[in-house]
Design a protein around this ligand. Structure first.
Ligand SMILES: [Zn+2]
Ligand SMILES: [Zn+2]
Length: 134
């Protein structure tokens, strides 16, 4: 599936080819902190298909508990997280932050990883009072 996306301020724009079936939610504590939310939702690009159409990303390299390093790239103007990927050169798979994908309404996560650190209320989100607007 061909998709495109952008950050909140519009400084960053990108295109990629994704497999919609690869969309997932991650409940790990790094994703909670780095997304500023309860969990992160991502979709993976097909290798080598990510193209930055506009802007320049800022990158933070995080080291996981396992010692594995991941590049976290975000817009330097508005801070929107765009993707994570393996450090170094060569064709890469990018874990796009689903909230930046324009076609996100057509993509549903099919897996939840690191569920052991999920926030307790996440499974009961339907029970939380909801209004249509702010
Ligand atoms: Zn931005
Ligand atoms: Zn995670």
């Amino acid at each position: 599936m061909r998709i495109d996306g952008r950050c909140h301020c519009g400084a960053i724009a990108y295109e990629a080819e994704i497999d919609p079936a690869s969309a997932k939610i991650c409940h790990c504590t790094d994703c909670q902190t780095l997304s500023g939310s309860a969990f992160r939702s991502v979709v993976f690009t097909r290798e080598g298909t990510f193209t930055l159409r506009q802007g320049r990303l800022t990158t933070y390299v995080k080291t996981a508990e396992s010692g594995r390093k991941r590049e976290q790239s975000f817009c330097p103007v508005c801070g929107t997280p765009i993707y994570s990927t393996a450090p170094g050169d060569g064709p890469k798979v990018h874990a796009l932050r689903l909230g930046t994908v324009r076609q996100r309404d057509e993509i549903t996560p099919r897996l939840q990883t690191w569920h052991r650190s999920a926030q307790g209320w996440v499974g009961k989100i339907g029970d939380i009072a909801a209004v249509e607007r702010e």
